[in-house]
Write a protein that binds this ligand. Structure first.
Ligand SMILES: O=P(O)(O)OC[C@H]1O[C@H](O)[C@H](O)[C@@H](O)[C@@H]1O
Ligand SMILES: [Fe+2]
Length: 193
């Protein structure tokens, strides 16, 4: 197909209530796929027995080239592992200097970000608010609501890729836990330099 051949526009549906599409299947991550990432290993092991669904998201299959925009919704369910809120695995982009935008459609939560030099930032997710994650920052969504899913719409350059290895082995420097009934950002006891 030549570069100037017509390409069809793509129309998608994402529910503002569930974040899900009626026409596409999401990818799902259960606690067993990320149990080692939570600080309270005993609590993670107990939840892994029921293999609770922590989050789901869409890979719309956009070509992985720099002119394309990969997009979809990400739905992180409410819940905690011990006192640590449910979260996504989180990742750097393989092409480190590529950014990503998240727009919150429903729920409450935080976007946790850190760069390889150790700068840590977090921003609140609330419906109608977007968080622009700059290039070079690993990012993880965290649901701090007791009962609502955190639903975001995301978009990033098609060639960005996902680098999970660094976060899987080191973790993020900060985690988000419930303290006296409210979310608190604290040092990650499992963080490895
Ligand atoms: O990739 P994870 O850290 O598991 O998070 C799941 C998904 O969440 C996001 O919304 C990203 O934009 C996706 O690219 C990502 O794959
Ligand atoms: Fe990303």
């Amino acid at each position: 197909m030549s570069a100037t051949a017509p390409r069809p526009a793509v129309v998608t549906d994402f529910s503002l209530v569930t974040g899900l599409s009626q026409t596409k299947k999401p990818l799902q991550r259960r606690i067993s796929a990320m149990a080692g990432m939570y600080a309270d290993q005993e609590a993670a092991r107990r939840l892994a027995e029921e293999d609770v669904l922590v989050y789901e998201f869409f890979d719309m299959g956009v070509p992985q080239s720099s002119g394309e925009v990969a997009y979809g919704t990400s739905i992180t369910y409410p819940g905690k592992v011990g006192d640590e809120y449910f979260m996504t695995k989180g990742h750097f982009h393989s092409v480190l200097d590529t950014a990503e935008i998240y727009y919150c459609l429903r729920g409450r939560g935080l976007m946790m970000m850190e760069n390889p030099e150790g700068d840590v930032q977090w921003e609140e997710f609330t419906p109608g608010q977007g968080v622009y994650v700059p290039g070079r920052y690993a990012h993880r969504s965290i649901n701090t609501s007791p009962d609502e899913p955190l639903i975001t719409f995301f978009a990033f350059p098609g060639h960005a890729g996902h680098d999970y290895g660094t976060i899987e082995s080191k973790g993020f420097r900060k985690i988000v836990v419930e303290r006296d009934g409210a979310p608190a950002v604290v040092d990650n006891p499992k963080w490895a330099q």
